[in-house]
Design a binder for this molecule. Sequence first.
Ligand SMILES: [Zn+2]
Length: 383
Amino acid sequence: MSGETESEKAKAYNRAKRVLFLIELGVGFLYLVVLLFSGVSVVITQKLETATYNVWFVILLYLLIIGVAYDLVAFPIDLYGGFVLEHKFGQSTQSLRAWAWDRLKSAGIGFAIGASLAEGLYWFLRRYPTNWWLIAAAMFIAVAVIMANLAPVVLMPLFYKFTPLRNEELKKRLLALFEKANTKVRGVYEMDMSRKTHAANAALVGLGNTRRIVLADTVLERYEPDEIEAILAHELGHHENWDIWKGILFQSVLSTVSFYLAHVILGTYSFSFGMRGPSDIAAFPLLMVTIAAVSLFFLPAVNGFTRRLERRADAFALTLTRNPEAFVSMISKLGRQNLAEFEPNPILEFLLFSHPSIGKRMQRARELFPEDFRGTEKVEKEG
Ligand SMILES: [Zn+2]
């Protein structure tokens, strides 16, 4: 395949993904608006309240009904984006059955976590009508910390199998790298991503005693040891820079803003359309629209923030390994493998990219170590 058709394929893939993102956003927004304005939300609540007096149970059933209905409405988008498109572009290695099972599992887990949080939130709304938003924000922060800790040991194993890195040769090299960085992180796990996709990934996950680096087997199969070292060094950069904590802090500020705005909006509009006030579950779509609108509004800021962390992790990796050529070949391989656009539209990059574009990351490495990229006239460096 020539370079040009390859980049055209990546372009088409990413364009399709963005269109789907917009459709999903539109459908979700429309769904909530229809629930609210048509009076369906109030009718569901009233029917449930005639069936049971238990407010916790009413909330649970309400969420189950509108959650399942939404999943049905959004199913075609989900199927197309998660399965059809991935196969069309040769990325997915999953059967329809395996994909459906994954989706069902994540919907179940999502519902269990989401419904528990909502029950807590509505309890605060009933009990502390003026300060609920502050208490809810504190609860979300606590939950975010607990989830970050539990994710690698409880949630992620439901979707992937993790085994400590087996390649002894590589392990030795990586331990030397960790020694050099003077870090406490020692756990490197491989993840059987190839069962689902040809794409590759690596990440720093966990908090405290669950902190570890995970590496897809799709990386281990295709990359040179030098390149794997560059990936690990980047993830170590995230660890050394406290990036998981910074992310949690940033999200905490956002959720506090969201809940405060929800407080204002529920206080103003939750007596319309036959609803009985902020703590009425019938006003749930109003709460969701507010939270979603805040998230969307701050999306470019969140992406700008994570791009900054990624740039720093890259710089950390380059300084630690002092092997910019391996870094550049790794990043370009990763970009091609994941069908990334190397030179995306700058506006789209600003709005939607959580990482700097592949082209920018390669360019940065070359700028940091220009002497390594003079081709044949390579200058030897002293330690
Ligand atoms: Zn990163």
